[in-house]
Design a protein around this ligand. Sequence first.
Ligand code: NAG
Length: 181
Amino acid sequence: MLRYSTRLFLTSGLLCVCSWAYTITPYVQEGLPSYTDVTTAPFLKIGTGFYYFENTTKNWFEAFASCRQMSAQLISFETVEEWSLIMDYRRTIKDTNRYWTSGTDLGSEGSHVWLATGKPMDINVWTVNNPDNYKNNEHCDELGWRPANSPTDGLNDVACSAKLRYICEASPPQTASFIIW
Ligand SMILES: *[C@@H]1O[C@H](CO)[C@@H](O)[C@H](O)[C@H]1NC(C)=O
């Protein structure tokens, strides 16, 4: 907490010495206040998250590096709500593309984690019969895979060398301001 004091002198025949002190309190909040026109483009706000949908295709490692270059990370899903919001958004824009997520079991076969956060994958949004580690060669996780005869798409393990679109997730912006009183 900082304290400042200011003196105001008025010299028009008579001298007034007015003095007061005020407190400046720093204040940090999640997100952007409505009074700013700061843009988060090309990141799109969906729910409380910020996401970038890239349409050029890369293998999983290149996609991972590409998101890092944007100070972001390949998308991770902490909650089923986050998963549903992204799927709802894709349905709204009729997006049937496949995208890399940060999900992988490269570290330990069969234990899929969101590598961007280090968290174990504790929501079940896998498509039917997945992850199947097909031909012992599927260690990176994509979203948007639709198994034959399935009405919905979901998460699937695939070869990390596959070239896919990808979704980067940025940390939500924070707003720092000062309250002067
Ligand atoms: C990728 O394509 C979708 C439409 O399918 C569009 O909404 C999005 O902005 C595109 N992303 C980029 C980075 O151009």
